[in-house]
Design a protein around this ligand. Structure first.
Ligand code: MTE
Length: 328
């Protein structure tokens, strides 16, 4: 049975009802169903070979075959209501007002969708989105989501660690950074604002991208990503300001040089390459010491912002010895 992309990532089962092991077993059973004659391929084998499993055509979307198991990388804070997380967005390709993407992003076509892997990798290639989606079981991770504009949300994302995908890409030892390039298409984005150097581009040092918290994301709230949240594939970096989370990615580029990033290019004084959440380093035009939750009363900003957005235990060591005021 083929599902429409608006259906749940795990429509037959809630993540709260299943153990990780159950989820994995179900994933394995259903994966066999998805790939039919290729049933003897194991998930692990995919990591090493460029086998047809990663070149499946988009028509084989079996969204219910990806139950998201609960993850250990999860906060227990109250979740932001789905309606807020999907109607208060930054996705400038569909307009610069927070309400624009929910209104306009229906013109984004997320199938067929291919993703290029380019630059310093063993084998540059083009992959089908559904094969990437099915490459590993997805987990539901409830993350704090902190925007540089000093608001925050708490969102359950569905995906798997970006490191798993990067390992599949086999970057060369000389690769030091990964760049994410978003789709740009005037036909699908008739409101594309002028004055920006499209496509949207972001990047990370490779060791940051390999941190287990970095999430390759296909869904939120147990559903495939709504278009306005970056369908069909985006990244989520919970310890960084939201603009590092490139949406609707069409290319992963591996390089030995710090890549061009959109907001840094627009205003490097205000938007650094690292953009780690840091209450001690203010944005030139406002304090970063406090934030407001989007689901609570609008102002003032009363919640103290945490270093690395509360993820210091997992990520602080990435920046040992670095002056975080300089490398903001
Ligand atoms: N990706 C693209 N392609 N275009 C954008 O305008 N905005 C960024 C980021 N990724 C943006 C993007 C910013 S500023 C933020 S805060 C987050 O997406 C917002 O993600 P959300 O709408 O899911 O909360």
């Amino acid at each position: 049975m083929l599902l429409r992309r608006s259906e749940s990532l795990h429509s037959t089962i809630q993540s709260s009802e299943i153990t990780p092991q159950d989820a994995f077993e179900q994933y394995r059973r259903q994966r066999r169903f998805v790939i039919g004659g290729a049933a003897t391929l194991t998930v692990g084998a995919l990591a090493y070979g460029h086998i047809p499993g990663l070149l499946l055509p988009s028509s084989t979307v079996h969204a219910q075959t990806l139950p998201s198991a609960p993850s250990k990388y999860t906060t227990t804070e109250n979740q932001t209501p789905f309606a807020k997380a999907t109607h208060y967005n930054n996705f400038y390709e569909f307009g610069t007002d927070k309400s624009d993407p929910a209104r306009n992003a229906h013109t984004l076509k997320t199938r067929p969708w291919t993703v290029q892997v380019t630059g310093m990798v063993k084998k540059p290639q083009t992959l089908d989105i559904d094969a990437i989606l099915k490459y590993r079981p997805t987990e539901s991770r409830i993350y704090r989501h902190r925007c540089v504009e000093a608001w925050s949300m708490v969102i359950p994302w569905d995906g798997y660690s970006l490191s798993e995908f990067i390992n599949f890409c086999e970057p060369l030892p000389s690769a030091k950074y990964v760049q994410f390039v978003s789709l740009v298409d005037k036909k699908q984005m008739p409101d594309l604002p002028g004055g920006y150097d499209w496509p949207y581009s972001e990047g990370l040092r490779l060791d940051e991208a390999m941190n287990p918290l970095a999430l390759l994301t296909f869904g939120c709230y147990g559903q495939v990503l709504p278009n306005q949240n970056g369908a069909p594939i985006r990244v989520v970096m919970p310890w960084k300001y939201g603009f590092k989370n490139a949406k609707s990615i069409v290319r992963f580029h591996f390089t030995d040089k710090q890549p061009h990033t959109t907001w840094n290019e627009i205003n490097s004084q205000e938007y650094g390459f690292y953009s780690n959440v840091n209450p001690q380093v203010d944005h030139p035009r406002w304090s970063q010491a406090h934030e407001r939750r989007i689901d609570s009363s609008a102002f003032p900003r009363t919640i103290p912002t945490q270093m690395f957005n509360g993820y210091a235990d997992q990520v602080a060591s990435l920046y040992n010895g670095m002056n975080l005021k300089r490398y903001y």
